[in-house]
Write a protein that binds this ligand. Structure first.
Ligand SMILES: *Cc1c(COP(=O)(O)O)cnc(C)c1O
Length: 243
């Protein structure tokens, strides 16, 4: 049987080690706690797509409160099943169809995959509607950093105009950028994301999140300033269903 807690502990240790190797741990004057208990500059998003609610609950009991989902219908079913775990933060990280924005706005507290103006405006509109919850939605813009035809996301050139649209939405908080680099992406790819994130941060004080790094490129992502890694396989095991 899969040991979720064990997997989470291992990933956290790997994150901490990568932070340490890249000089990203804030030095404490009085090092009263062991290194592993220092606050991490990189948060862990557990990607639970295709995995049952029972495994999410196991991760939750191991102290994991942030979960990422790609497929809306599947996600909403699990969110309803786990309704009693009220301090879970649900992150939508999949492609967005514009007719699904209402369901996304009402079920998630983060959306990492905003890639067009229409989506941002619709999310904001739903949040302004009376029948929707009234907490703001945290937004990352998805950048197609490898310029792959098959991937969603905006080009580097489009980042600042879409950022401005999101920033002007009263119910959206511009938190940063997200990317899914292609397999074996070059270092330059990660450097570009890091640079873009630094530039965006200069312009918008609300920006604090670079959502970058998955099970296979976590170290590279942390070396390039990632503040949130999205980990599926290394926590929940391989997916049998195509992702
Ligand atoms: C599936 C997925 C992940 C997790 O990938 P793993 O390789 O299983 O860690 C992260 N981000 C996005 C956008 C995904 O679709």
């Amino acid at each position: 049987m899969i040991n979720i807690k064990n997997n989470i502990d291992k990933i956290k240790a790997q994150i901490q080690q990568a932070c340490q190797q890249n000089g990203r741990l804030i030095p404490l004057i009085k090092l009263s706690k062991p290194l592993l208990e220092q606050p991490s500059p990189v948060s862990l998003l557990a990607v639970s797509k295709t995995k049952p609610a029972s495994l999410i609950e196991q991760a939750y009991l191991a102290g994991q409160h942030d979960f990422g989902e790609n497929y809306l219908q599947e996600a909403v079913e699990k969110i309803e099943l786990l309704d009693q775990l009220s301090d879970i933060n649900w992150h939508f990280i999949g492609p967005i169809q514009s007719n699904k924005t209402k369901l996304i706005a009402s079920n998630f507290s983060w959306v990492h995959s905003v890639d067009r103006e229409k989506i941002a405006l619709r999310l904001n509109q739903h949040l302004n509607d009376d029948n929707c919850h009234n907490t703001p939605l945290n937004i990352c813009l998805q950048v197609n950093i490898s310029n792959e035809d098959s991937k969603s996301g905006i080009t580097i050139e489009q980042v600042f105009s879409l950022a401005s649209v999101v920033d002007n939405c009263d119910k959206l908080i511009l938190r940063g950028l997200m990317a899914v680099p292609e397999k074996n992406a070059s270092k330059a790819c990660y450097e570009q994301m890091q640079q873009l994130f630094i530039e965006l941060k200069k312009q918008y004080p609300s920006v604090d999140t670079l959502s970058l790094g998955m099970s296979n490129d976590l170290d590279e992502a942390i070396a390039h300033g990632s503040t949130m890694v999205r980990i599926g396989t290394a926590i929940f095991g391989a997916r049998t269903i195509k992702n």
